[in-house]
Write a protein that binds this ligand. Structure first.
Ligand SMILES: Nc1ncnc2c1ncn2[C@@H]1O[C@H](COP(=O)(O)OP(=O)(O)OP(=O)(O)O)[C@@H](O)[C@H]1O
Length: 229
């Protein structure tokens, strides 16, 4: 099922040098059950595209639909609610809170929602288990490898059961072995019904993708995977 759609979307940044079109006339659909890879050179507009899909910024023109609803014209507060309810984020640098254990990091988004302690515990355990990191749950981030930290970050992104998981260079800080584990986890989440979108420079991620799009100078094009592999 389609979960997000950008229609004729432009993103224009106002800079001191004038207007800059970071994304031009973008049409993109994101579906549940797929892992979408977003590739393209540095500065081409990939993060801008991910930020639009993540309801972090609004398109300057055009529309953004999330889960069947137009969200581009919502007030900030309501946009934030859509983001909290629908979207999980995973970043290159993991962004775990250093003084908290793995389990406490994963529980954090649920605590922010004032969920009951027993429910928090149960959902946290489930999320840790899903990415096979339960045995490390009492460790602090600095006691974990990069790959393990990224799996904790994925558990934190999925503990609220979002329909969309957006990842910005999730494997950039990882060695080959951890990259494979993290991409397998993300692929499994997609197979389980999540819509997973991953921005990357790394051609090794291509094999995990159901669909690949390329952003170049703010223009989005679908890529035929066969011609690249
Ligand atoms: N807030 C902003 N204000 C002005 N210009 C911006 C802003 N954010 C991004 N840009 C510009 O928009 C273009 C696209 O940026 P974006 O971060 O989307 O690219 P990217 O493909 O993710 O790059 P990278 O791979 O290097 O992270 C760049 O030229 C960037 O300088």
């Amino acid at each position: 099922m389609m979960i997000a759609r950008l229609k004729n979307a432009n993103k224009i940044y106002e800079t001191q040098a004038g207007k800059f079109t970071a994304l031009a006339n973008c049409n993109l659909e994101l579906y549940e059950g797929e892992l979408l890879l977003i590739i393209g050179p540095s500065g081409s507009g990939k993060t801008t595209l991910l930020s639009l899909l993540g309801c972090l910024i609004n398109p300057t023109e055009g529309t953004l639909e999330i889960d069947g609803k137009n969200v581009d014209d919502l007030p900030d507060k309501e946009m934030a609610k859509v983001r909290l309810d629908t979207i999980g984020f995973v970043f290159q640098q993991f962004n775990l809170l250093a003084p908290l254990t793995a389990a406490e990091n994963v529980a954090f988004p649920l605590k922010m929602r004032n969920m009951k302690t027993a429910e928090i515990k149960q959902k946290t355990e489930e999320a840790l288990k899903k990415v096979n990191i339960s045995e490390h749950k009492h460790k602090l981030p600095k006691q974990l490898s990069g790959g393990q930290q990224q799996r904790v970050a994925i558990a934190r992104a999925l503990v609220t059961d979002p329909k969309i998981i957006l990842c910005d260079e999730p494997t950039a800080s990882l060695d080959k072995h951890s990259l494979e584990i993290v991409m397998k986890e993300l692929k499994e989440l997609a197979e389980g019904g999540k819509a997973v979108a991953v921005v990357t420079h790394d051609p090794r991620l291509m094999e995990y993708a159901d669909r690949v799009i390329e952003v170049e100078n703010g223009i989005v094009n679908e890529v035929n995977k066969q011609t690249i592999n």
